[in-house]
Design a protein around this ligand. Structure first.
Ligand code: AMP
Length: 443
């Protein structure tokens, strides 16, 4: 895992590679990697902040924190490629707060979803308060009034989703001319969600003389373009290959006919006793699944865009503090949920965008813990499974609805009834389609 950590100085437009500085930096990092006892000390964090981090219960930095914090506290631009759940929030919050205190300029943190923005503000507040810094949360789905009142208090750090931030700038509730640090978190997701025009607009509002940190789970060309155009020789910090999943998540896929999904879900909910996050492709699906689960006698809530922001917050809080054991969500939650000890993620439907698979299952196995992810695929979705396997560079365990492990996707059985009949047929693999078995699935 450690050997997969790469630090590459970007040679962007007109960028100059300071080879000696770069090599000594790599040597320094290699030394740090070999040191299993690396703490937060020596990363450029000031003593008061170190005390705060210890009080928060964090003893050792995660790999992205270990790599990003020294670069960011030195005031350099950086592009951080890190898995969801890797501890990115602290990795940018600590340097942002330090820079705001030092430069006496504002910090601006942009995120794709309201839920993520709420979580980031919470983390920031748990540190920033000690410095007397004020933060403001500017997200859609809630009324402008309280946000305007908070803006009048001249906050030091703004945490926002792009659309609402632009609303406030357009209404002159806020000026971005004094921003000294800009963080673009989950940048790939922001672009996927169609925020490119808003991002470009915001980037024209903030001064050129600023520090920019960009974090992304993947590194599509559009992100490289932003780094080229809007950042100053950023250091690229990669904690693992883009698109890879957290190592410790045990993943499997059930090939199951659509009409048997609910039965399989019921079976799994009896088997696993902890908190479960279920992803549905559509908001109507999420509502229906949550309803069925409640009928089964479990506590469950829903998180999708048909719910108001207060309802969404209430659902998240209820799930976090154990009021509900199960949350059913659309991809709105793929990157927005941070619940301690989430035991299981179930993809009731495979994600429409393959990359979302990583983000969804990254809700479990956070910050080095182990986790479990189970996906349901209908027999026609074998191509989607192949895409997922390509994304994560892994062959997934494939099972029939009865839990029997299958050798390959192409030869997979599709339902339990047929499987049971075939099982008694001298152990031959069922052939539900009636066609001849085809060759083994290859990536
Ligand atoms: P994030 O990727 O920032 O959403 O963080 C994922 C989870 O890791 C959160 O629950 C954090 O509280 C936790 N976390 C962040 N940094 C550390 C650390 N150094 N040690 C242990 N847990 C951490």
């Amino acid at each position: 895992m450690r050997s997969s950590i790469l630090i590459i100085k970007f040679l962007f437009l007109g960028g100059r590679l300071d080879i000696i500085g770069f090599l000594s930096y790599i040597v320094c990092l290699m030394f740090k990697e070999d040191n299993n006892n690396q703490t937060f000390e020596g990363l450029g964090i000031n003593p008061a902040m170190l005390t705060r981090i210890t009080k928060m219960g964090f003893v050792k930095p995660t790999p992205i924190q270990l790599k990003a914090i020294p670069v960011a506290t030195a005031g350099e631009d950086l592009v951080g490629i890190a898995q969801t759940g890797s501890g990115k929030t602290l990795a940018f919050s600590v340097p942002t707060i330090q820079a705001v205190v030092l430069k006496k300029k504002k910090g601006l943190i942009l995120l794709p979803t309201r839920e993520l923005a709420v979580q980031v503000q919470e983390t920031l507040n748990s540190i920033a308060g000690a410095y007397g810094l004020r933060t403001v949360l500017l997200i859609g789905g809630t009324s402008m009034g309280p946000q305007i009142r908070n803006l009048k208090k001249d906050p030091h750090i703004v945490v926002a989703t792009p659309g609402r931030l632009i609303d406030h700038v357009d209404q002159k509730n806020l000026s971005l001319s004094n921003v000294g640090v800009l963080v673009l978190d989950e940048a790939d997701r922001m672009l996927d969600m169609g925020f490119a025009p808003q991002l470009k607009k915001i980037l024209t509002f903030v001064p050129e003389d600023r520090q920019t940190m960009l974090f992304s789970a993947t590194m599509p060309d559009r992100i490289v373009d932003i780094a080229h155009q809007y950042m100053r020789e950023p250091l690229r910090i990669e904690v693992s290959r883009p698109g890879t999943t957290v190592d410790k998540i045990d993943q499997e896929i059930f090939i199951v006919p659509r009409e048997e999904k609910m039965d399989l879900l019921s079976k799994l909910l009896k088997e696993y006793k902890g908190s479960v996050l279920i992803f549905s492709r559509t908001k109507h699906g999420a509502k229906r699944i949550a309803h069925k689960i409640r009928e089964m006698g479990y506590t469950a809530d829903e998180l999708h865009s048909n719910r108001s922001q207060p309802q969404r917050q209430k659902a998240l809080r209820g799930f976090s503090n154990g009021l509900f054991r199960i949350m059913v969500a659309t991809d709105i939650a793929a990157r927005g949920i941070d619940v301690d000890h989430l035991e299981l993620v179930i993809n009731f439907d495979l994600p429409t965008q393959t990359e979302d698979y990583t983000h969804r299952i990254g809700r479990t196995g956070r910050a080095g813990r182990s986790g479990k992810a189970i996906s349901f695929a209908v027999p026609e979705q074998k191509g989607d499974i192949a895409q997922i396997q390509k994304l994560i560079s892994m062959i997934l365990k494939v099972k029939s609805p009865c839990g029997k492990e299958l050798d390959s996707i192409k030869n997979s059985a599709v339902n339990c009834k047929s499987f049971t009949v075939q099982k008694s047929n001298k152990g031959r693999r069922p052939n539900v389609s009636g066609k001849k078995s085809r060759s083994r699935y290859r990536r």
